[in-house]
Design a protein around this ligand. Structure first.
Ligand SMILES: Cc1cc2nc3c(=O)[nH]c(=O)nc-3n(C[C@H](O)[C@H](O)[C@H](O)COP(=O)(O)OP(=O)(O)OC[C@H]3O[C@@H](n4cnc5c(N)ncnc54)[C@H](O)[C@@H]3O)c2cc1C
Length: 448
């Protein structure tokens, strides 16, 4: 395909957000009788699904302590459910299994799920929780659990397959997707701050509006746009915290136990919900019984034919160097630096055995020859920033929440056409200065 020199809407990044925005924008233009996606171009420096969306575990859930996140996720689940086949989506549901320290938080989540009509069940009490889990898995043996939130909707999707599903939908509406084109800078007109053209390693493309959906590369593109490298944050008591770095990185730790995925069916032979367990019970090695941790810890896992086993992860690890010094490329499993090590395998497999007797002694099946995991880029409060900058540049920076957020592109498309989305409003950049922060929970994960 020849390089266009002018398009109306230029979208940078062919991951979940860039592709979903392209598809929804084209759909809305078509509905308005304005053609479709003919004037929308998606460019990606590598390929469709080359970033975080292509390696994500793929979990789709509503379980968030923050009301704004839950409402947004309910919309996203609707989009996943709109075409499960195209998105390779498995609506198996989701379990949040928690210790006493999290019970109240999760009870609040359940109450608010009821209020927005999101189907879920909440089980409270140690004995009741164990009985509920044993009813699903006869060999359930986790300790220190006093509540179970069972979301009947949600589940997981297959990462790359869903990106190709989205790309096909966009292309069918006339959107062009060009890969192997890297953005290197932005041009501005004389009379305003707006971007008039995007510089790439294959030439300059003039455009009327830009959408940035570059996942873990956001720090680079943010710098190109000359946006602030630090922010001032007003906390709940009105105190100001200055010079907080806008972006920090964490390494997501995930892996696969290479057993038959059917190894983790429920008692009645069905594929189980995605399981997420947090606990403050001590974790001991399944190899030699040694103490691994006495701190609060958590894991998630699911049987997955795409990954070829039981796939999942644990808490992310903070990358302790400034964002500008983090080597994002080569990304994901190709990174020499940010893939999981034997400590993760030991912890995660021991944690699986903590949950189910069937996993005891299975660590030898861990796929340690296949590197896994990858970087995520986080905002100062670990929640997304969805906002317009430089007048005509819409930045979708999901703070690593985002594979499940397939619906954000729908809302961004509405805003590109002049609307304002109430669901996106709590995620504006101005919330830091205005002190309109999201509540935080007791979960050991930065994204709950
Ligand atoms: C290991 C791991 C597991 C995860 N699991 C889950 C999960 O289970 N559920 C969930 O909801 N989220 C999960 N996430 C988070 C989720 O994957 C990301 O938040 C989401 O995929 C980001 O989507 P994106 O479209 O913003 O970016 P990406 O999918 O990263 O796509 C960005 C694209 O931009 C391109 N790009 C970058 N710079 C340039 C440039 N200069 N010029 C042109 N193109 C460029 C890249 O090549 C890339 O293809 C996980 C993340 C990781 C790392």
């Amino acid at each position: 395909m020849a390089m266009p020199t002018h398009v109306k809407t230029l979208i940078i990044g062919a991951g979940i957000h860039g592709l979903s925005t392209a598809w929804h924008l084209a759909e809305k233009l078509k509905a308005q009788g304005k053609g479709g996606g003919q004037d929308i171009l998606v460019i990606d420096k590598t390929a469709i699904a080359a970033g975080a969306s292509g390696i994500a575990c793929g979990v789709v859930r509503n379980n968030y302590y923050q009301p704004a996140m839950r409402e947004l996720m309910a919309l996203c689940v609707e989009v996943w459910e709109s075409d499960p086949e195209a998105f390779s989506y498995h609506p198996v549901g989701y379990l949040q299994i928690s210790p006493e320290a999290m019970r109240e938080d999760v009870a609040t989540i359940h109450a608010q799920q009821q209020a927005i009509g999101y189907d879920s069940a909440f089980i409270e009490g140690a004995a009741e929780s164990t009985a509920y889990m044993k009813n699903l898995f006869h060999d359930w043996q986790a300790r220190g659990i006093t509540s179970v939130l069972h979301e009947k909707k949600g589940g997981y999707a297959n990462n790359t397959a869903s990106m190709y599903g989205l790309a096909t939908k966009a292309e069918n509406l006339g959107v062009r997707i060009l890969t192997g084109v890297k953005v290197t800078g932005f041009r501005t007109g004389h009379s305003s701050d707006a971007v008039t053209a995007v510089e790439t390693d294959r030439g300059v493309i003039e455009c009327e509006q830009v959408v940035v959906g570059v996942g873990p590369w956001i720090n680079q593109v943010w710098n190109m746009l000359e946006l602030p490298k630090t922010v001032t944050i007003k906390d709940a008591r009105g105190r100001l915290h200055h010079d907080i770095p806008m972006w920090t990185y964490m390494a997501l730790e995930e892996g696969t136990l290479g057993v038959d995925p059917n190894f983790l069916k429920t008692n009645d032979g069905a594929m189980p919900p995605v399981i997420h367990l947090d606990t403050d019970a001590p974790l001991h090695s399944d190899v030699d019984g040694a103490l691994i941790t006495e701190e609060m810890w958590g894991i998630y896992y699911k049987p997955d034919f795409n990954f070829g086993g039981i796939q999942g992860g644990a808490m992310p690890v903070k990358v302790e160097v400034p964002a500008d010094e983090v080597a994002i490329d080569p990304y994901g499993p190709e990174s020499p630096e940010f893939v999981v090590d034997d400590n993760f395998a030991h912890m995660w497999c021991s944690a699986l055995a903590f949950c189910h007797q069937r996993f005891e002694g299975q660590i030898g099946h861990y796929k340690n020859r296949e590197p896994s995991g990858g970087l995520g880029c986080f905002t100062p409060d670990s929640f997304p920033v969805f906002d317009r900058f430089r007048e005509n540049v819409f930045v979708i920076a999901d703070s690593n929440h985002g594979y499940k957020m397939i619906g954000v592109g729908k809302l961004v498309a509405e805003e590109l056409l002049g609307g304002t989305s109430a669901l996106l409003e709590p995620f504006r950049f101005s919330r830091y200065a205005e002190g309109k922060l999201h509540p935080t929970s007791h979960s050991p994960f930065p994204w709950s």
